[in-house]
Design a protein around this ligand. Sequence first.
Ligand code: GDP
Ligand code: MG
Ligand code: K
Length: 296
Amino acid sequence: MFKSGFITIIGRPNVGKSTLLNQVVGQKISAISNKPQTTRNKITFIYTEEDFQAVFLDTPGIQSPKNKLGDYMLKTSESTLNEVDVITYIVDCSTTIGKLDSYIIKTLKEINIKTPIVLLINKIDEIQKGNLFELIEMYSNLNLFKEIIPISALKNDGVKDYIEVLRKYLPEGPQYYPEDLVTDQPEKFIVAELIREKALRNLSEEVPHGIAVSIEKMKYRENKEICDIEANIYIERESHKKIVIGKNGDMIKKIGTQARIEIENLLDYRVNLKLWVKVEKNWREKEIKLKNFGYQ
Ligand code: GDP
Ligand code: MG
Ligand code: K
């Protein structure tokens, strides 16, 4: 019997959703950084074994909507909860349940979904065993979770246990994707995510989340040895331009080099990457821009 189904991963920003998914599929796709809101879109990851296939949606963290982008992110997170076979909820090892997690737990209780919820307690590499037992007890007292699994996404600890639990809860179903496919996102989107990750990693808090990357050109040369990529990095303020470009262009060069290396690994091609920095005021507020960037 072949099993398959869809899994959504929810959790507040920075608990390690993207790290876990990258670990599961064994390849770096979803942008990871220590800044919240790195993941803006639903990215589909696919994990296939001989007798089952798990299709993951990497949803943006549920958070309070501050603007239209926040609104959009909140909506996509909640709407997926009813359409999936398993909900995976990730928390970290904090001993107190914060505001956002309280909100998520409240939401999960209120919508009273039948979908099984698997709780992952992540970052166990950062706490002591004794404290872990208390955490597990605290969460099991909520009577909300079918399973509670302590993991370290970063150290790849407990990830296999998690996959086994998924196998258990997924219904009988077809193989949706070929076994060697790990994502259904277009290459262009992944390339943009990689550039955005490098930009977020290198830039200080001065340029927080007002960054978007659009791929203007992505073309394999006819001899197929090189892929030419041109991308715009959008920022919200003129004053941020200096920071992103850096002294003598050092910062943009650094971002470009780091991104190029990863894109080359991903595509298995040599890459000629050109980056431009463009100021687009309040791009977050414009529905039309969201469309352009593919957040639809
Ligand atoms: P997301 O916002 O939930 O997708 O979180 P990310 O996957 O982007 O991770 C946020 C930060 O937490 C990154 O700096 C990760 O390296 C770090 N992180 C993720 N998983 C673990 C873990 O198991 N242990 C530790 N110590 N750090 C982790
Ligand atoms: Mg993420
Ligand atoms: K993040």
